[in-house]
Design a protein around this ligand. Structure first.
Ligand SMILES: [Zn+2]
Length: 62
């Protein structure tokens, strides 16, 4: 008899860590949005989740 081989797969729990991206809150609509590749260079200056929000905001000065 072959004994000793335990077929139970118990490895480390795989937690889904898909590239933890930074988040920010949109200054216009208040929603949180995640980093995007197109913002790679200007992430520090990004304040709005979308072009639309940015326009919305900058237009509200009249
Ligand atoms: Zn927004």
């Amino acid at each position: 008899m072959w004994a000793g081989s335990c077929p139970v797969g118990r490895g480390p729990r795989m937690t889904h860590t898909k590239s933890h991206l930074p988040h920010k809150l949109c200054a216009s609509c208040g929603r949180s949005f995640a980093w995007r590749r197109k913002w790679a260079r200007v992430w520090d200056e990004v304040r709005y989740c979308s072009e639309r929000c940015r326009r919305d905001r900058s237009r509200a000065g009249k």
